[in-house]
Design a protein around this ligand. Structure first.
Ligand code: URA
Length: 210
């Protein structure tokens, strides 16, 4: 598994505002979108392309276009939905599938409660959106789900991660072509499974307590 932690002052600045408990939901949503667009730039570095010949007003030239089948973007519901707009802003031709995963707050184990994905993901590059890589349970299950359907490689974009989650994901995806792109690698997980210093519950902060 390749781990890429973003190292850019704009990302750190936006994350600092995001972490602040006083930041209200509308600002939190807007910042999440901006952060994902910045992280998506890094995450799509190895997007598959093919050569194409085009005609400029001056001459014929060789360029690149994104290969088919088109990349698949998969936000993990609910909090991953807050990352979708920022991702498709950069990759507007991607297709979008959905995976609903929830973790049991006592056992911290993930279960899938909704799924809307192509049956066959053979030859597909997939980009999974999940803001908080905490225990790694739900992200690991989501990634396994995509490989079981035939995905060739999976890149996950997370705003924050705990070292425990990164280690668990590394173990769960051994032998798979997986990359994770993180806004920040935080200190640790606390006893309730929250990332420290973190930003609290990403779903609640995006959408309120529902
Ligand atoms: N999910 C969240 O929303 N926040 C955390 O800190 C951990 C998991």
């Amino acid at each position: 598994m390749r781990v890429h932690v973003a190292d850019h002052p704009l990302i750190t600045h936006k994350l600092t505002v995001l972490r602040d408990e006083r930041t209200p939901s509308p600002v939190f949503r807007a910042l999440t979108e901006e952060l994902v667009t910045l992280l998506a730039y890094e995450a799509t570095r190895n997007v598959r392309t093919e050569s194409v010949t085009i005609q400029t007003p001056v001459t014929e030239t060789l360029g690149l276009e994104i290969s088919r089948p088109r990349p698949l973007v998969v936000p993990i519901l609910r909090a991953g939905l807050g990352m979708l707009d920022g991702m498709v802003k950069l990759l507007p031709t991607a297709e979008v599938g959905f995976l609903g995963m929830v973790r049991n707050e006592e056992t911290l184990e993930p279960t899938t409660y909704a799924e809307r994905l192509p049956d066959d993901l053979s030859d597909r590059q997939c980009f999974v959106l999940d803001p908080m890589l905490a225990t790694g349970g739900s992200l690991g299950a989501a990634i396994e789900f995509l490989f079981d359907r035939g995905a060739v490689d999976v890149t996950a974009i997370c705003l924050l991660a705990a070292p425990e989650g990164v280690a668990a994901l590394e173990k769960a995806t051994e032998g798979r072509d997986v990359t994770i792109v993180l806004g920040s690698l935080d200190e640790r997980l606390n006893e309730n499974g929250y990332i420290v210093p973190g930003l609290g519950d990403a779903g609640d902060r995006l959408y309120g307590l529902v």
